[in-house]
Design a protein around this ligand. Sequence first.
Ligand code: TA6
Length: 298
Amino acid sequence: MICTVTLNPAFDYVVFADKFLLGEINRSYREELHAGGKGINVSAVLKGLGVETCASGFVGGCTGEMFCKVLTETGIGHDFIQVQGMTRINVKVRSDQETDLNGTGIMPTLADLSKLAHKLRGLPQNSWVVMAGSVPRSLPADAYALLISQTGRDDLCYIADTSGEPLRAVLKEKPWLVKPNREELSDLYGIRIFDKVEAYRYAERLLEDGAQNAVVSLGGEGAVFVSASGQKLSVPAFSGKVVDTVGAGDALLAAFLAAKSEGKSDSDALKFGVAAGCATAFCTGLASKEEICALLSR
Ligand code: TA6
C-alpha cells in the first residue's frame, strides 16, 4: 500500500487565456478544476497505474467537502481529517507564460497532526508513506518530521516531496527518498543549479544530510537519481510540446514509486518516472498509463 499524506491539499483551477495582463480584465477561453495537491496527484497517478493507494491529510470547509466528493467520484481511496479553515483553491494561469497563485489553505493544529499520526499507525506492515506538498502556516515547519516521530513505526518507508524548512527538517528522520525539483534544491542550499553536474552534487548533499535516496526533477532536462549505495543515474526528458506542467513532478514521483514497488531497477524506475512527468506536461491534467507507456515506447 502506498499512502499519500497532503497536509495542505488544493483544488487546482487551471485557466487558459490568450493573454494575461496584470491590472486588466482578462478572459480565459478554457478552465479546468482538479482535486490537486502533491500527494493527491501522486495517488491519482498511482491509481491510474493500478497501484493500491490511499490519500490522507487535512481538509476543511465547504471546499473540503467538495474535495472529498470529487475524490470519491474519481475512485481515489481517501481518509482525510476535517480541520479548521478552508481547503484552498490554487489558481494556475496558462497563457504565454505559466503563472501560479497558490492559496494559504486550512489551519490544522498539533492535535490534528497527532490524529494523523494515529491514522498512519494503523497502516499495513511495510507500507510506503509519501508526504508531499507545503506545510500549512498553522503548523511548525518540521511538521513532517514530527509526523514521522509521532507515528513511531520503523517498518514504514517514508518518501518526502516538499521544500524549504519542511524538507530540511525531514532529512533528519532519514527518509527512504526525497524528490525536490531544481528550484527547491537550489533554495535549500542557497545556490543556483544550472546543470546536471551541480544537480548531482547537491543531490548528494541531501544524502549527507540524511536521505537514503534522492531524485531531483529538472523539468526539460529530465531527472537525476543518487543513492547512499553509490548509484548515480540520469534520464533526459522526452521531446514534446509542453501544455501544462501542473503535477508533472508528482507524476514523476508516482511512476518512479510504482516501478520500484514492482521490483524494477532504479534506472528503469527513473526512466518510467521521467516518461510520466513529461507525458503529464504534454497534456492538461495528469497523464494516463497509456500516455506514459506511449511516450516510453518512443
Ligand atoms: O505539483 C503540482 C501541485 O500539486 C499542484 O496541485 C499545486 O496545487 C501545487 O503543487 C501545490 O503545492 P504546494 O507546495 O503549495 O503544496
